[in-house]
Design a protein around this ligand. Structure first.
Ligand code: ATP
Length: 326
């Protein structure tokens, strides 16, 4: 299958800051790629280069068959872009915003209006469509912004952190919308700081850090690298740890780790909540008391810690130093 997006050796320098340090990407048509990384990793820079908004210092890229540097107008005709900050006109209604975008694409009045209604319905904004967007919630603005990116039916869509800043409800709604889009065959490149989001939506995940790709693969590949999900528990009586280990080992997908000082046991599992429920049942049947139990799924932070030896939180607010790129 042809690639909808190809990037080769993308480099972007701002003076001494190297925002991108040689990024290669391939996104097959109809698939979803998630660029995963902490603040400042270079995700937005990749998106800006691929959407023709920024010229790379070095490297080449093709989107929907056109060269990003030599044929920017062709690229723009084939893409939709929705950013971290929803670009909607506050004083227009949702409907008017979408009609205006349609008109910018030289759609006729009728066509622009019917596409606007269609998109409002698709995004669950029919009721709000005739209200000024300044009355919208953050999640509604994001959905409207995404609707705007879809006005011209672009085959390739770029979404820069589509759910950052949304509450859990808004995030779940947005995931539903994106899943439907993907089922419809749109090629999607999205950036995210959440492994959970990449896991849910992406066929392939590329982890970037300081402008370099540090890992790539499916969500399962990455989770395997960080050890997958696990049940973590603390017993009331540390003397029963060996009993717990013996009884629980058949439920796990690998050996349990014991921490006798904390009366703790960590066991890799494969069944999510079912594994947790089974663990509880086995311990209860054997009258082994618990102080605490939980199911832990790997987070971006776990991926980072494993791959780089530091947590994503350490990145916040810090500019990469020259030493990082030498
Ligand atoms: P975020 O989640 O915060 O958007 P990001 O992964 O998208 O992060 P980028 O915005 O691509 O990161 O930035 C990558 C690096 O390039 C950062 O260190 C950033 O400070 C730097 N950078 C971006 N734009 C400029 C600029 N115009 N001038 C100087 N440095 C810049």
């Amino acid at each position: 299958m042809a690639d909808a997006i190809t990037a080769e050796g993308l480099v972007k320098r701002y003076g001494k800051v190297t925002a991108l340090d040689g990024v290669d990407l391939r996104v097959p048509t109809g698939s979803v790629l998630a660029l995963l990384g902490p603040n400042g990793a270079g995700k937005t820079t990749v998106v800006r280069i691929l959407t023709t908004l920024l010229r790379p210092t070095a490297g080449r890229a093709w989107v929907a068959g056109a060269d990003v540097l030599d044929q920017p107008a062709t690229v723009r005709r084939n893409i939709g872009l929705s950013g971290q900050y929803a670009a909607v006109d506050e004083y227009l209604t949702g409907f008017e915003n979408l009609v205006m975008i349609g008109r910018l694409y030289h759609h006729g009045r009728q066509q622009a209006r019917s596409r606007a209604r269609e998109l409002l319905a698709y995004f669950g904004l029919e009721d709000a469509g005739d209200r000024p967007t300044r009355t919208y919630s953050g999640g509604m603005r994001r959905r409207l912004d995404l609707a705007g990116a879809l006005v011209a039916h672009p085959p390739v869509l770029f979404l820069d952190e589509p759910t950052t800043g949304l509450d859990p409800r808004g995030r779940t709604d947005m995931w539903g919308v994106l899943q439907r889009l993907v089922e419809g065959g749109t090629t999607l490149l999205l950036t995210t700081q959440y492994l959970e989001e990449a896991d849910l939506l992406a066929d392939e995940i590329v982890v970037i850090d300081h402008g370099r790709i540090i890992a790539q693969g499916t969500a399962d590949d990455l989770k395997r690298q960080v050890g997958g999900e696990r049940v973590e528990l603390t017993l009331t009586d540390g003397a029963r740890l060996p009993d717990a280990e013996r009884l629980l080992t058949p439920l796990g997908v690998g050996p349990a780790t014991l921490d006798p000082d904390r009366r703790g046991l960590v066991m890799p599992v494969g069944g999510g909540a079912t594994s947790l429920a089974n663990t509880l049942r086995v311990l209860d049947d054997a009258a082994i008391g618990l102080d605490d139990i939980g199911l832990r799924r790997p987070t971006l932070d776990d991926v980072f810690l494993t791959l780089t030896g530091r947590s994503t939180a350490e990145e916040d607010g810090s500019e990469p130093s020259e030493g990082d790129h030498s």
